[in-house]
Each structure stands twice: as C-alpha cells, then as structure tokens.
Design a protein around this ligand. Sequence first.
Ligand code: ADP
Ligand code: CP
Length: 311
Amino acid sequence: MSRKTAVVSLGHDALGYTTGAQRDAVKVTAGALADLVEEDYQLTITHSNGPQVSMIHKAMTELHRVYIDYTPAPMCVCSAMSQGYVGYDIQNALRSELLSRGIPKSVSTILTQVTVDPYDEAFYEPTKVIGRYMAKEDAETEIKKGNYVREYPGKGYRRVVAAPKPIDIVEIEAIRTLAEADQVVIACGGGGIPVIEQQHVLKGASAVIEKDAIAGKLAADLNCDELIILTGVECVYRNYGSENQTPVTAMTVAEAKAEINQGQFEAGTMLPKIEAAIAYLEKVKKGRVLITSMKKVRDAVKGRAGTVITQ
Ligand SMILES: Nc1ncnc2c1ncn2[C@@H]1O[C@H](COP(=O)(O)OP(=O)(O)O)[C@@H](O)[C@H]1O
Ligand SMILES: NC(=O)OP(=O)(O)O
C-alpha cells in the first residue's frame, strides 16, 4: 500500500452546532479520519465554520452590550477564533484516536489567511447564509448595523455575508511543509480568514469564504492525489429529493458540468462541492474526488460507496 495525499473537507455533520455537540461530534469525526490514516493517507483537513463563526460573532456583540469598553469583534477576527476553536477540538480528538490505535502522529492546526479581491462582486451581493434563525426584531437590528439578512417565510431570518472567491492561501508553504513531513494538518478552516492585501499589509475582510471552494484550491495547491468531501449524504444523487432520486456512483468532469447545466445540484449545498471538485481536477489533471459521509468513507476509498469524480 503506498501513501496517498488527500485534502479532507468536513461539513456540519462532523462538527455539530453547539460547543457540547461539537465536543461529541469530533470524536466520531476523529474515528473516520483515523480510518483514513490507517488506509495510509496523509491528511490535510479543512472544515465548515458557519455555525461557529456566527455563534462567536453573536457572543462578542452581546459582550459589547454588557461591557461597553469591549468593542465587537469584526467577522475576520471571529473567523480566526473559529479556526482556533474548531481546530483545537479536532486536533485533540484525532490525536487521542490515533494514539488509541497505536499511531503516534502529530496533528496541528495552522491559522490560515486567504486573500480575496476587494472588488469581488460577492461584496456587493452577499449570499452566504450563516448562523441560526432569528426573530424579525433581531433581523431589523442587524439591518440597522449595516448587515444583511434573508427571510425564510414561516421560519424567521438568517444572516447572509459575502463569500468572495479565494485567491491565495497565505500560509500555503507552512501547510506544505507539514504535509510533506507526513503530519496531519488542519488548515484553511471555515474557508480561511479572508484578507485583502494592501502592499505588505493584510487587512481582514468582512466575509466568510465557502469552505468547499477552499478545499478544492488547497487540494490543487498541494497537488494532492485526492479530495475527499465528507458531508451529510452517502453520495451525490440525480433528481435529489424527488421520487426518482438515483445515486451517482461516478462522474467525469464533463458529466458533472452537464449535470450542473441541468440544475441537478442545489446552490449553497451540493453545487459548491461539485464546483470545487471540477476546479481541483482541472488544475491537477490527475487524482479523484470522493463525496460521501463519514460513515461510508472507509468503503468509499475502496470504491464501494460514495460518488467518485475524475477527469
Ligand atoms: N444532488 C444532490 N445530491 C445529494 N445531496 C444534495 C444534492 N443537492 C443538494 N443536496 C444537499 O446537500 C447537502 C450537503 O451540503 P451541506 O448541507 O452544505 O453540507 P456540509 O455542511 O457537509 O457542507 C445534503 O445533505 C443534501 O441535503
Ligand atoms: N465557511 C463555510 O463555508 O462554512 P459552512 O460550511 O458552515 O457554511
């Protein structure tokens, strides 16, 4: 068995939505990740942060209401906090899981910044939904602060933020060095902290980068053998959610593009995963993308489950 390199992208199921749920969820997640290490993968892990970054942002804003001298933290700082908080839980859970299997391996989190274009059209039309539903009066308060919300009839309102396209991963050489040393690295969490480069200064941007987009870029930049996207479904489906839903076991890039044109993948959930897969495969011109659940990943890497996308 020869060692393979992979970027693994973790979604909401892997982390839960609250601090307690995350502590429990990462134990299960660590099991799936350790299975991959046992299958001789070097892993670079990236993850969601929508629920976490919005929880932190809310907490920092509430703190300011009580202690007036505590200024609310901007979204980029909350993003940095979410990387530390999620990375801390994953790295400890995975370290313990690996040790319990007799695999003493270093697991570390790299605080990662990602440059974005200040003129990215996403800043003019925010579309990325984060956080919980809120009541109308809280939504009105957000609007007064200059923030954007989206109404979900019958359910309430949710924050929407800009999701600019990732340009460069600032700490890519540090990530590469650890990956090449066969260590487990957690990087670009929550899409990376979005920053705008002004001469030699990096300025945090009020945005959240799509984690699927950065997963594809990270896998391409590291020239990985595989991109493994772990999510809430066992595979990609055609006609998802309808009576004639059928699993897609394999797709080429050309077929994936045709399915996109037919509107098979929902914006904001499956579509960014397929787009990330295409971006990665078109850049590296080798390798494969697996889309599956944590439960099925060990079968998926052996070709017995999930959806595989190739050139
Ligand atoms: N064609 C499709 N096949 C499978 N799942 C789909 C499809 N279109 C939309 N989805 C939805 O995409 C979800 C996964 O995306 P998302 O909820 O963003 O997860 P994550 O947090 O893991 O990124 C699935 O749980 C499913 O509800
Ligand atoms: N940053 C990001 O895409 O997080 P979610 O997957 O939680 O939306």
